[in-house]
Ligand binder design. Structure first.
Ligand code: SF4
Length: 439
């Protein structure tokens, strides 16, 4: 039973670190609190409750979380500080010892936040930790809304893969998902609120269906029928799980954008084995070729990790050559970070920081060249842009269906609107294309 009297006249502040999934979940927590009359703070106001949703993907992410928690506690003196997310799940004791923290909410408990807030009173209790549950099974439906043009719809959570370098399965639990009926209902609700673009998010979304007996192709087929949504993007999907069937469906679909984000992690088969990934470079190359064959203008972003334990000079060079050969649009380059409790720590040969840095720069250079070439290939084409509300230096931005960033002089009537455009050429900063609006 929730005692709602404790929420009267309370203000809350929300902070999210890390991935799109965290943004979606913070939005859901915000909605729960708003239903109890807890208003979100405006700039300059002091909060009574601070909710900090953390990330733990690397050692650096942990450090940023600690800094953020300390900064936020100081900015809102006396506030009830709740820390949740992957860092809170993986290292609850460490989080509890940070000054100012009142409640550490584990992955299984985060959407029960109202119950915890109504039960615990600051000063009377010490820091309360709820992250002890290791068996995380609940699927917490989440969708971010209102704060961006794009809505992030969580379709899946957790992961059963246990790649050797990754702690996410420990932080988020086993693979599970919402049902197609529930997710299409959420998409309809986004459309009713005027939302036009939805990004499907999850930890391993190609694994969708584990807990409901459905499949990812079934999900995208059902979502494609939701009237009012202009476009969907599929966020990161494992190469072995994006089937040729799903690629063909996206190519022919009404609403799914020709935009893919596929983690490669290494372009060396030897390193992929050490990472315990479930594909090899031949399969990855086939997926890229298949996408480009049916959607020649598709934008393909690819995640890569450099400096994984065991990555010799020779294997990195193989990876570099393979990555160069791919018809992809951009790389997201990450430096390997040692994570306690992972199998990767048993691999001999840790790569030194300078070598990691050099390898990262080599791949960032390839990424810049590929992105430039992709944009150049789009100049002169007609595409559909969804413009965003934000105004910056008199300009506004938007993205085409195939994820080309465009820029026009600010026009408030175009925010969250789609327009057919011709892509003209680079802007002054060479980070977006200018356009002519056709209709
Ligand atoms: S697929 Fe691998 S890298 Fe991705 S979340 Fe699962 S274990 Fe981690």
């Amino acid at each position: 039973m929730i005692d709602s009297t404790v929420f009267e006249n309370k203000l809350a502040a929300y902070f999210t670190l890390g991935c799109k999934l965290n943004f979606a979940e913070t939005s859901s927590i915000g909605r729960l609190l708003a239903q109890q009359g807890i208003r979100k703070v405006r700039p300059g106001e002091k909060a009574d409750i601070c909710v900090i949703n953390t990330c733990s993907v690397t050692e650096l992410a942990d450090k940023k979380c600690r800094q953020a928690i300390r900064r936020i506690s100081k900015q809102h003196p006396g506030a009830f500080v709740v820390v949740t997310g992957c860092y809170a799940q993986l290292k609850p004791e460490e989080v509890a010892h940070i000054e100012g923290v009142d409640l550490v909410l584990g992955a299984e408990q985060k959407l029960d936040i109202l119950q915890y807030l109504s039960d615990f009173k600051k000063q009377e209790e010490g820091t309360v930790i709820t992250s002890a549950t290791k068996d995380i099974r609940k699927f917490a439906p989440s969708c971010s809304a209102g704060d961006r043009t794009r809505h992030f719809l969580k379709v899946q959570d957790g992961c059963d893969y246990f790649c050797s370098y990754c702690t996410i399965p420990f932080a988020r639990g086993r693979s599970r998902n919402g049902s197609i009926a529930q997710l299409t209902k959420q998409a309809r609700s986004v459309a009713e609120q005027g939302g036009k673009e939805i990004v499907l998010t999850g930890v391993n979304i190609g694994d969708f269906g584990k807990s409901t007996g459905e499949t990812f192709p079934d999900l995208i087929r059902a979502l494609d029928e939701v009237e009012g949504i202009v476009r969907y993007r599929i966020s990161s999907i494992e190469p072995n799980l994006i089937t040729d069937e799903a690629i063909d469906f996206v190519a022919a679909s009404k609403r799914f954008a020709p935009h893919f984000h596929i983690p490669l992690q290494s372009g060396s088969d030897e390193v992929l084995k050490l990472m315990r990934r479930r594909y090899d470079t031949a399969l990855f190359a086939h997926k890229i070729e298949k996408i480009k064959q049916v959607m020649p203008d598709a934008f393909i972003g690819v995640d890569v990790i450099v400096g994984t334990r065991g990555e010799t000079d020779e294997w990195f060079e193989k990876a570099r050559t393979f990555i160069e050969s791919l018809a992809i649009s951009q790389l997201h380059v990450f430096s390997y970070s040692e994570r306690p409790g992972t199998q990767a720590l048993k691999i001999e040969h840790a790569v030194d920081p300078k070598t990691k840095h050099d390898r990262s720069n080599i791949l960032l250079d390839i990424s810049a060249r590929k992105l430039h070439a992709f944009y150049e290939s789009q100049i002169g084409k007609e595409k559909t842009v969804l413009f965003e509300h934000t105004r910056k230096e008199g300009l506004m931005h938007g993205f085409t269906e195939n994820y080309v960033k465009v820029e026009i002089p600010f026009n408030s009537s175009l925010g969250n609107q789609t327009r057919r455009v011709r892509l003209n050429g680079w802007n002054d900063k060479r980070d977006a294309l200018t356009v002519t609006i056709l209709e």
